[in-house]
Design a binder for this molecule. Structure first.
Ligand code: ATP
Length: 329
């Protein structure tokens, strides 16, 4: 018996001459939140497709919930809930019908389908939209419905391939909340691929992948400690201030453990601004400077920027690595 939800050993896959995965090994503990962070083309989707039996890898072992993807694909599929990058709802059906249809596909017993569908709608706060045609939902609502749907057959593991790509900040936050609830209240294991730092910050373990190889595998805190500037961590009592900061820092601002985290270019200057501006200060309950961002770790390890693929990766790699060395001396 293994207590890993996912076990990957020396996984390799090539599309013709393109080596998409070059010997990846990782283990995702049951009930944990695992983020696979990497730029476009890193191999994330290939790994996810191998996990959910959509692709037969060239070599290596993949186990999901104790089942081998080669020998027990059906059991693997039953253990997994999937949310893909591309929309996959039937736009002609209602929200509720989409869920029932999925229940049928996954052989959820008929008498349980309806109750499960309502529970899924409650989870993603779409109960009032049950009878709306899926086509009428916003992009963010569709994604929420896909998350609810993925949980309908009660999988122990939810695999999400860049689920928040193209969504606005509010929709993204909501999705993170649902995922946090699934992990906390239902013990669901989460595997999420992303190229957004803020998303990986909330994970228990982050695997940084680039050009088909794992570059690092550790907790966000351990990875951040490797280098660079500090993050600003704030506890706020003023929702208006929280909103203003969220708008100002967008993807460089996230919530974790009841605090707002900001990856500012000049964290000391931001602290100074918050402390000296009375309108801001009254809404701040606590603030501190903490370890640096994963972005710095990522750039140093891969020589690339996750947001805008660096024009000159080597320059960035050396610059960031030098900064890290200097900092630790
Ligand atoms: P993205 O964020 O863009 O989805 P990714 O990290 O998921 O990127 P993959 O989609 O797994 O990366 O791609 C890994 C490599 O394999 C890339 O070089 C890509 O061009 C290549 N690749 C992916 N699918 C195919 C395919 N069907 N045929 C040929 N090459 C492919």
């Amino acid at each position: 018996m293994t207590d890993a939800a996912i076990e990957v050993v020396d996984l390799r896959h090539s599309y013709g001459s393109v080596e998409a995965l070059r010997g990846v090994s990782l283990s995702v503990p049951l009930g944990s939140f695992f983020a696979l962070l990497g730029p476009n083309g890193a191999g994330k989707t290939t790994l996810v497709h191998a996990l959910c039996t959509l692709l037969r890898p060239s070599s290596g072992h993949v186990g999901v919930a104790g089942h081998d993807v080669r020998t027990a694909p059906r059991e693997v599929r039953r253990s997994l809930g999937l949310v893909f990058q591309e929309p996959s709802l039937d736009d002609r059906l209602t929200v509720f019908e989409n869920l029932i249809f999925h229940g049928r596909l996954y052989q959820v017993p008929r008498r349980r389908r309806s109750a499960r569908a309502w529970a899924a709608l409650e989870l993603v706060e779409l109960t009032d939209w049950a009878n709306a045609t899926a086509a009428t939902l916003s992009r963010g609502m569709k994604r929420r419905l896909e998350i609810g749907r993925a949980m309908l057959h009660e999988p122990s593991l939810l695999v999400l391939d860049e689920p928040t790509t193209g969504l606005d900040v509010q929709s993204r936050r909501r999705i993170w909340e649902y995922l946090a609830r699934l992990q906390r209240d239902y013990g669901v294991t989460l595997l999420l691929t992303t190229h957004q730092i803020a998303e990986a910050e909330g994970a228990d373990t982050v695997a940084i992948i680039d050009q088909g190889e794992l570059q690092a595998l550790d907790s966000p805190a351990a990875l951040r400690q490797r280098m660079g500037r500090k993050l600003v961590s704030l506890r706020l009592t003023d929702e208006g201030l929280e909103r203003r900061l969220a708008e100002r820092f967008a993807e460089r601002c996230w919530q974790r453990g009841g605090a707002i985290w900001i990856d500012a270019d000049q964290p000391e200057a931001l602290l100074h601004e918050l402390l000296t501006d009375e309108a801001s200060w009254t809404g701040v309950e606590g603030l501190e400077l903490v370890d640096p961002s994963l972005e710095e770790v990522f750039v140093a390890l891969t020589g690339r920027d996750l947001r805008d693929q660096a024009a000159d990766p080597k320059e960035r790699l050396h610059g960031a690595a030098r900064a890290g060395v200097e900092h630790t001396r």
